[in-house]
Design a protein around this ligand. Sequence first.
Ligand SMILES: NC(=O)c1ccc[n+]([C@@H]2O[C@H](COP(=O)([O-])OP(=O)(O)OC[C@H]3O[C@@H](n4cnc5c(N)ncnc54)[C@H](O)[C@@H]3O)[C@@H](O)[C@H]2O)c1
Ligand SMILES: O=c1ccn([C@@H]2O[C@H](COP(=O)(O)OP(=O)(O)O[C@H]3O[C@H](CO)[C@@H](O)[C@H](O)[C@H]3O)[C@@H](O)[C@H]2O)c(=O)[nH]1
Length: 460
Amino acid sequence: MRKINKIACIGAGYVGGPTMAVIAQRNPNIDVTVVDLNAIRIAAWNDADLTKLPIYEPGLDQIVAEARGRNLFFSTDVESAIDQADMIFISVNTPTKTYGKGKGQAADLKFIELCARQIARVATTDKIVVEKSTLPVRTAEALKSILHNTGNNVKFDILSNPEFLAEGTAVSDLQNPDRVLIGGESQEAIQALVNIYATWVPSERIITTNLWSSELSKLVANAFLAQRVSSINAISELCEVTGADVNEVAHAIGMDSRIGSKFLKASVGFGGSCFQKDILNLVYIAKSYGLQEVADYWEQVIIMNDHQKIRFADNIIKTLYNTVNGKNIAFLGWSFKKDTNDTRESAAIYVADHLLDEQATITVYDPKVTAEQIYADLDYLGTRTSEENRKLVKVVNDPYIACQDAHAIAVLTEWDAFKTYNWKLIYENMYKPAFVFDGRNLLDKKQLNEIGFQFYSIGQ
Ligand SMILES: NC(=O)c1ccc[n+]([C@@H]2O[C@H](COP(=O)([O-])OP(=O)(O)OC[C@H]3O[C@@H](n4cnc5c(N)ncnc54)[C@H](O)[C@@H]3O)[C@@H](O)[C@H]2O)c1
Ligand SMILES: O=c1ccn([C@@H]2O[C@H](COP(=O)(O)OP(=O)(O)O[C@H]3O[C@H](CO)[C@@H](O)[C@H](O)[C@H]3O)[C@@H](O)[C@H]2O)c(=O)[nH]1
């Protein structure tokens, strides 16, 4: 049996950090070193003040407190971590390509390839290399080729072990996963990774497949999840014109055990770093095999999602008498979902951009997202200069100040705290008529109507 004493993980991001923290917590006999080129991120992982960890996830601070310094280490020394490890997880980012062939759809694998080349160059002992990043199906073939052709004649076994954690619930998803998926060719290597998970995951939840099934399953899982959100969002628009209520429809269909109740929450649109990127990647792969109908089928999930974001913004404009020029819209929430500070592909960014095009001013409050991040998200779009973004968008750290003198409030993230605000006080300090556009169907419609708000939600 292959014994694993040391693990390295390249990439200390949303996946690498929490995943390795839990592996280290559950395997005190294995040294786990998480490395990253980003020195600021590593310094934050090493910060004595646990509120400064670079990623906010409920429960993560306690796990880091327990394992860090014992058998969990964060470092910028990528080479020595590779050199010493028996098993190396690659958990670097795989964004959508922004240039060249496949621009806007294919996954950019340059970071993955750099890791493979670095591992090949540095490794002087046999390694198990684990794909933790989400990758196009058949990436392992490319990794194998690089490792074997540029390495120092040591043996590399490649495994695919995609991560299914969702942000905001990363710790509980890792502690109690629905399943762990391991794809590979070498039974010995597969078993070495199974043993690591088996210290806390019941064996029936650890599934092993061939490499390609494992790689593809990750993209397919995200495509199916996102498809459910786009499906219910499509129905939300139909509800609005027919008098049906999307929450009631979702409840009614979700009670059919064949359909299931999860992921049927209508919203302003899905965000996050994964859904759009992974579906685009799936679309690109299908196209590259000449499967146009398959590509078109999945692309529709993205088209519907884009429509939902713009529809939400257009409804604000239309309701505010067809102009938001010079009007102040308060944004409650900026992150792509509650309980995370991650804003990647958040619907809020696109709704804001659309309203700013119409010369609205926006005041944002989010409990966890910084002003720098919000401006960076808007600047990244390149729609207007960063000076203009700073002029039109204010970021405050008090929700009541955000809503003061607003013409309308838009709820973009479903933070629980928003439900408990003093809505009467908020109402009193707004322009009248006071509008609320609830992009998450979060607030109590009846209560807000009674206070005097003109209340709009999704699919009702
Ligand atoms: N975010 C999620 O919830 C989630 C969930 C499941 C899977 N995934 C997948 O996991 C992968 C990582 O996602 P993430 O959200 O953690 O990304 P991230 O951007 O938060 O982290 C990636 C890290 O890798 C580092 N990095 C890149 N190249 C490097 C190199 N050559 N050497 C050292 N460090 C390097 C970056 O500096 C960055 O800190 C992606 O493929 C993503 O699709 C993400
Ligand atoms: O019924 C729903 C469920 C989700 N969403 C939105 O969909 C997006 C994604 O949510 P979620 O899937 O909970 O978060 P992620 O962290 O993006 O996790 C997804 O993407 C990860 C990265 O690949 C996978 O590991 C996870 O299994 C997968 O759920 C968010 O904007 C949610 O607000 C809805 O609008 N309605």
